[in-house]
Design a protein around this ligand. Sequence first.
Ligand SMILES: [Zn+2]
Length: 67
Amino acid sequence: MLHTIRHAPEGGITYEAFCSTADCGEMSGPQDEQETAQDWALQHTGLTGHDLFRRVFTDHARVTRQG
Ligand SMILES: [Zn+2]
């Protein structure tokens, strides 16, 4: 049985930023807009001076059966 997997736009995309400074652990939480996660990082740097962030983008994929 063959299956294919494709990006599923209806599942949405999330954007999230995590502060990489040791012992900080702050994060933006999952956001619907990339800009919201970026704004959080900019504000976090302004408040703390922490300037390195791990960024995570997630999408959804759907598997369908062929034939
Ligand atoms: Zn931080």
